[in-house]
Design a protein around this ligand. Sequence first.
Ligand code: SAH
Length: 214
Amino acid sequence: MDFRTERARLVALLSGEIKDRKVLAALARIPREAFVPPELRCRAYYDRALPIGRGQTISQPLIVAMMTQALTLTGQEKVLEIGTGSGYQTALLAELATRVVTVERVAELAERSRQLLRRLGYANIDFHPAAETLGWPDSAPYDAIIVTAAAPRVPDELLAQLAPGGRIVIPVGTRYLQELHKITKHTDHYDTEYLGACRFVALIGKSAWEEQEV
Ligand code: SAH
């Protein structure tokens, strides 16, 4: 299969919605086929989420692009990602920011992504296992935070890890349907914008959901 042609076709499709040229150019450089299980490679360039094992998914390319565009990265930022998963979103952030700190609670997925991203040549990513407190406070503050799992509310501990002027993009809602929130931290208040409906797997943790809840 000619993945390059398929990738170019997907990026052309996304350019109908996504206007940030840097995001589109970065998407055109990342081989999504390497981030999906071998048996699903033929569907790597459908604009769809796909299963990656352990009940998790690689997000839909349009949502990945929308969330990244909303972070308004200039190339100077330190970015925190919650939910490494396949590492595809991580690669996009690594293309567009100075440093990416990514946290994942499933060790098997984290290790697979770490190896893949190293093999692809990314050297500006720090990988961490999920701990009791959401995110990775030791490397805070962050210019941007992206949460790629659904949260019941915006977690205070993530707002605390955001630098002044920083923004967080996070799906907030029920376990089955969420609305993408973009929150910007100002010195004395937060601004919230709503970017549309989405559907993510659950964020697991103290200020989110328990693993076994259905
Ligand atoms: N951006 C990823 C999305 C993976 S799905 C991709 O496109 O491939 C969401 C991921 O969040 C899952 O891998 C899940 O294990 C992880 N996750 C859930 N709760 C978490 C938490 N509290 N901390 C870190 N990762 C978490």
